[in-house]
Design a protein around this ligand. Structure first.
Ligand code: THU
Length: 132
């Protein structure tokens, strides 16, 4: 048996992100975000944004999804989906955290109500910080 490369199923990933988005806790911004990452273990991990009355304590959907993956024992991301109303892309902090667990070629799909765009992690964060 050869080494099999599992092709990311973006429909499934987008559905997981959308399901998580319905649970976003966003009483302050009203901007609900759902994210899902496909781990190298073949499993999908999802997260939503969780806001706080002390605004700076808010945690983004992407980082919650990644934290769920790492907590489950997986530290490598094969593909990412982010769902918002307007197709927004991950913030700078989330781009840095994505780059910790993905490679530059990893695809990030950002979907909105009416459109969706694909990026690579390297496009979103060129020359990301890495400890040598
Ligand atoms: N947000 C995310 O969940 N992910 C991002 O990459 C950008 C921003 C959240 C944080 C806050 O709850 C809301 O979107 C508005 O900034």
């Amino acid at each position: 048996m050869g080494k099999e490369q599992r092709l990311p199923n973006f429909d499934e990933l987008l559905r997981a992100a959308q399901a998580s988005r319905t649970r976003a806790y966003v009483p302050y911004s009203k901007y609900a975000v759902g994210a899902a990452v496909l781990g190298s273990d073949g499993k999908i991990y999802s997260g939503c944004n969780v806001e706080n009355a002390s605004y700076g304590l808010t945690i983004c959907a992407e980082r919650n999804a990644i934290a769920a993956m790492v907590a489950a024992g997986c530290t490598s991301i094969e593909a990412v989906a982010v769902v918002t109303a307007d197709g927004g892309t991950p913030c700078g902090a989330c781009r840095q955290v994505l780059s910790e667990f993905a490679v530059g070629e990893t695809t990030v799909v950002c979907a909105g109500d009416t459109s969706s765009h694909q990026f690579s992690v390297a496009e979103l964060l060129p020359s990301s910080f890495k400890l040598s």
